[in-house]
Write a protein that binds this ligand. Structure first.
Ligand code: SAM
Ligand code: SF4
Length: 314
């Protein structure tokens, strides 16, 4: 269905937990977040019900995210239920990859069609520094396991961090050289944990084009600029929420793990979905789509959202 500015909204991102097994410095405090009562988090049935209502409102693609979705109990059943919803053509999942070698096969069996794996560095020490507790080896094993399980065209998401991984652009991009992978560089957004970081840490994606001048623009895919390096099997993407204003191409709504519909990632506006069923639930989702703001104002230096990225799911 179209929003008030004529954008076709067909993509729902749903966060299934705000807990995580990593502590990326830009996303989570060291101590993690307070654990909520089980009943506060959307149940498997509620997630399915929201998925069905969203599909009735024209949603064709659902992404399961978090926190870290693979730490959510029942994640395989959640995926299995969402993938069977009539009208949902694509079920995707975003993960930090740490537990992927354990779950890859089951996720495939549950109907997950695509995986996005977050990986900010190929340096084991830096990986530990950024994630505070993670092991690079686990993610690399997870990527191999996912490809062995039959996931093709895996997307690898790298958030650029000035004075951190910005010297690794070439090496990370090369993950797409010989394999059918899509490496995407994202601009760090000044929200939550990193809202007060120094400006130098926020790297413009044009840095990728400076380091890899051979990249050829192939087209625009939603909020992403898609490039190809001649001779490479995979591709490279740039997601520029800060330096380029991509809101005119926005096609998505989000639901937090507490059941709040967010029409825009960077707006404080939320619509509670819990307790709503059937037509009422559909109506609330339609209102959320209708009410999507024209644009965010991140370039002013700060997100308007009241929630952290781990609550919303990126
Ligand atoms: N835990 C999973 C993961 O890391 O892939 C899923 C949730 S995580 C919030 C989703 C994505 O948001 C990750 O790729 C992460 O790097 C990104 N992210 C978190 N905070 C961000 C920020 N301030 N700016 C840009 N991306 C951010
Ligand atoms: Fe966890 Fe993902 Fe946030 Fe890192 S970015 S702390 S892996 S939710």
């Amino acid at each position: 269905m179209k929003d008030q500015f004529g954008r076709e909204i067909d993509y729902l991102r749903i966060s299934v937990t705000d807990l995580c097994n990593l502590r990326c410095r830009y996303c989570m405090p060291m101590e993690g977040i307070p654990k909520r009562e089980h009943r506060e988090i959307l149940s498997i049935e509620e997630i399915e019900e929201i998925g069905i209502a969203a599909a009735n409102c024209g949603i064709k693609k659902i992404r399961v995210t978090g926190g870290e979705p693979l730490v959510r109990r029942g994640i395989i059943e959640i995926c299995a239920r969402l993938s069977k919803i009539p009208g949902v053509r694509e079920l995707c999942l975003t993960t930090n990859g740490a537990l992927l070698s354990k779950f890859a096969q089951e996720l495939r069996g549950a109907g997950v069609s695509r995986l996005n794996i977050s990986l900010d560095t190929l340096n084991a020490e830096r990986y530990r520094e950024i994630t505070r507790v993670g092991q690079l080896e686990d993610v690399l094993r997870g990527i191999d396991a996912a490809e062995a399980a039959g996931f093709s065209g895996i997307k690898i998401n790298t958030v650029l961090i000035g004075g951190g991984n910005d010297g690794e652009i070439q090496d990370i991009a090369a993950l797409a050289e010989k394999k059918d992978r899509h490496v995407r560089f994202l601009e760090l957004m000044p929200t939550g944990e990193c809202a007060s970081w120094d400006r130098e840490r926020f790297v413009d994606c044009s840095e990728v084009l400076r380091v890899l001048p051979g990249l050829v623009l192939e087209g625009i895919d939603g909020v992403e600029q898609r490039y190809r390096m001649p001779g490479w099997r995979g591709s490279i993407g740039l997601i520029r929420p800060v330096s380029a204003h991509f809101c005119p191409a926005c096609n998505r709504i989000r639901v937090t793990s507490l059941g709040m519909l967010k029409p825009c990632l960077h707006s404080a506006e939320e619509i509670p979905l819990r307790g709503l069923h059937g037509k009422e639930l559909e109506q609330a989702i339609r209102e959320g789509i209708q009410g999507k703001p024209r644009r965010h104002h991140l370039e002013a230096g700060k997100s308007g959202s009241l929630r952290e990225m781990n609550e919303i799911g990126g």
